[in-house]
Design a protein around this ligand. Structure first.
Ligand SMILES: Nc1ncnc2c1ncn2[C@@H]1O[C@H](COP(=O)(O)OP(=O)(O)OP(=O)(O)O)[C@@H](O)[C@H]1O
Ligand SMILES: [Mg+2]
Length: 426
């Protein structure tokens, strides 16, 4: 039988009281700690990484607190780094001029830049997560992409869509970093090359036209030279006529080459105002007047001119102004029949210089007006060639107008006359 004495009972009760008050205190601490932990973890899960557990405990709770705080700051730095990378990636994608789309193996869009969105022209559509064939409404483009995706190597094709726009499409497979032969998606790169293709076409048309324009006078020159060489008996009159034709055709060739050189000079030289001295428009016009006066006189064309002031000056390449006057006046005289009239008006008003070259000639059909500034374009090829044009004069004028930031307008009525108006802002 256990014999417990009264004293012992007191001691046991005392111990029990001490132990339970210790447990009570510990539980209190634990409850407070848990409450703080729940509060802090709630804030973290809401994205507030500035909170921290108060590190006022020793032992396991103290270690748990410092580990928890470390975790919060680690998550915070990781998120900041991810956000930073995301911003950089987005800025890179934004600054790429090509359309870029990243898709997964199910062809769902993971990433797409604004250029690509614009190319698909699907304004209402939400792109992220959508299957690529449901957002591309350009049939030719989708066909090309679909044919490229199954390829496991880098491939590209060039297409032309139904709106006559040209694209270069490239699809690169994306491999898993750790396993080089596992494809996890593709990067589609779409480049709009319409302007390049058009420029290329203009260039090749230009070469074809130049070749053609050179061939005609050359054939004629070599034909007459051959005839003169092989026929000693040609009378002096016929001989001189042949020589005149050779002279005229060589002159035509020289003018053609001069015009091509002028065109290429304008295309390759930006008009930097600072580079040029002030040019007096009246004196440039007078040079052109002296050059063209006889052309008009030979056709009995009345040649009038009027300047609002003889002191109109402009900081520009002098040859450019001369080319404008020369080509417009040359046309006015060429395309005006005998006894007609041409007039040149130059008005300086409100910081704007307006040059008008007007004639009473054959006029230009309305349907041809948009095309007369194209290289080698002549309204009536047979008529213009007889008059002597190569069709480069107005192309030169147009290039100069663009280069100096001016504007040109045409008003014309068939058999009544034409007016070219150049407006230059100072
Ligand atoms: N004042 C005008 N009146 C009637 N037709 C014009 C006039 N100016 C231009 N054209 C038409 O526009 C075409 C293009 O003119 P442009 O000056 O470029 O070539 P061109 O005069 O034929 O040749 P180039 O000037 O190279 O000797 C001309 O062939 C002509 O048919
Ligand atoms: Mg001309």
């Amino acid at each position: 039988m256990i014999n417990i004495e009264n004293n012992d009972i007191y001691i046991i009760i005392l111990l029990l009281v001490i132990v339970s008050s210790l447990i009570y205190r510990y539980l209190n601490v634990l409850r407070k700690y848990l409450k703080e932990l729940i509060h802090v973890s709630n804030r973290v899960s809401e994205g507030d990484f500035s909170v921290k557990l108060k590190n006022q405990y020793s032992g396991d709770l103290g270690r748990l607190s410092s580990n928890f705080n470390f975790m919060i700051s680690k998550i915070n730095t990781n998120i900041e780094q991810l956000e930073d990378r995301n911003i950089k990636l987005k800025s890179i994608l934004k600054s790429i001029s090509n359309g870029i789309i990243a898709i997964d193996n199910e062809q769902k869009i993971l990433l797409i830049n604004d250029v690509a969105k614009k190319l698909f022209d699907n304004k209402e559509c939400e792109f992220d997560g959508q299957k690529i064939d449901s957002v591309i409404n350009n049939e030719a483009m989708m066909k090309a992409i679909a044919s490229l995706i199954p390829n496991r190597e880098h491939k590209r094709i060039q297409i032309k869509d139904k709106n006559d726009r040209y694209y270069k499409i490239k699809v690169d497979p994306v491999y898993l970093k750790s396993a080089k032969n596992v494809v996890i998606g593709s990067i589609i790169n779409i480049e709009d090359i319409t302007e390049n293709v058009k420029l290329e076409k203009i260039r090749s048309d230009f070469v074809a036209n130049v070749t053609h324009e050179i061939k005609t006078p050359l054939t004629s020159i070599s034909g007459f030279v051959e005839t003169l060489k092989n026929n000693d008996s040609i009378d002096i009159k016929t001989r001189n006529r042949f020589l005149d034709i050779i002279d005229m055709e060589s002159d035509r060739l020289r003018r053609l080459i001069d015009d091509i050189l002028v065109l290429s000079f304008i295309e390759n030289n930006e008009n930097e105002k600072e580079k040029y001295d002030s040019v007096n428009l009246y004196s440039v016009f007078k040079e052109v007047y002296d050059l063209t006066y006889n052309l008009a006189k030979n056709k009995n064309i009345e040649y009038k001119y009027e300047f609002s002031s003889e002191d109109i000056n402009l900081k520009v390449n002098k040859d450019y102004i001369k080319q404008i006057f020369l080509n417009l006046i040359d046309n006015a005289i060429k395309y005006t029949p005998e006894n007609g009239e041409i007039s040149v008006f130059v008005i300086h008003k409100n910081n704007t210089i307006r040059i008008s070259v007007k004639d009473t000639g054959m006029g230009i059909p309305q349907s041809d007006i948009p095309r007369i500034f194209e290289r080698f374009y002549r309204v009536d090829k047979a008529r213009s060639t007889k008059i002597g044009g190569t069709g480069l004069g107005l192309a030169i004028v147009k290039h100069i107008i663009i280069s100096i930031g001016a504007d040109i307008k045409v008003k014309s009525a068939l058999n009544r006359g034409t007016e070219f108006i150049v407006t230059i802002k100072e």
